[in-house]
Design a protein around this ligand. Structure first.
Ligand code: COA
Length: 177
């Protein structure tokens, strides 16, 4: 079954091959990369986008990552990474948006749609996010979706040649608290 989660500003859907050029265009941006793990390439080329789409098309049926689409255009990505072992009922949630789409409430809506979708369709009891200390926009996106500030991992991150605290937010499955 195709996933289509529709909001007022954006919709979330699975990735397809036609997304490759737009992913490469919007992902190839240091302002995006600076707020993500180094596993997210920089520079970000067509081959990186092709690999990402292929990876996500292989887990069809129960995708962990969805494309954020705005007015029919690829705009960004929101996804989960399930945690292993005793953390298996937790997943990390992450998102990025092409810079052209920032400042319109789109990430807030996309995170809300994804959070509801994951709790409705999967067994996770906890969704968590680690945000670099210089990213207050992302703190707001999480706060506006009911994620709670749990603490800071002091100097846990070395990104873009800088040491930074990792700020931890989490939201629990409704009814668990
Ligand atoms: C962070 C990011 C997802 C935000 O997306 P967005 O669609 O612009 O966010 P929204 O418009 O939904 O909301 C942003 C909120 O943060 C606030 N904000 C933005 N920049 C801010 C800043 N520098 N300081 C304080 N607040 C800020 C906005 O005012 C808004 O809050 P408000 O509604 O209370 O006014 C986007 O900038 C992005 O993709 N950045 C690069 C990747 C990234 O950081 N991913 C998250 C990793 S944890």
């Amino acid at each position: 079954m195709m996933i289509n989660l529709t909001g007022k500003l954006c919709r979330l859907r699975e990735f397809h091959r036609a997304d490759v050029p737009s992913i490469a265009f919007h992902a190839n941006n240091k302002q995006v990369w600076r707020n993500l793990r180094d596993v997210f390439p920089h520079p970000y080329g067509q081959a990186d986008a092709r690999a990402w789409v292929k990876f996500n098309m292989e887990c069809k049926g129960r995708p962990n990552n969805l494309a954020i689409e705005v007015a029919g255009e690829f705009a960004g990505c929101v996804g989960i990474t399930p945690r292993p072992d005793v953390h298996r009922l937790s997943a990390e949630i992450g998102y990025w948006l092409g810079e052209a789409f920032w400042g319109r409430g789109i990430a807030t809506e996309a995170l809300g749609l994804m959070t509801d979708h994951i709790f409705a369709t999967r067994d996770f009891v906890r969704l968590e996010a680690g945000v670099f200390e210089w990213n207050p926009g992302s703190f707001r996106v999480l706060e506006k979706n009911g994620y709670r500030l749990e603490g800071r991992h002091a100097k846990a991150v070395f990104k873009d040649a800088e040491l930074a605290d990792l700020v931890i937010y989490a939201r629990l499955r409704p009814g668990i608290e």
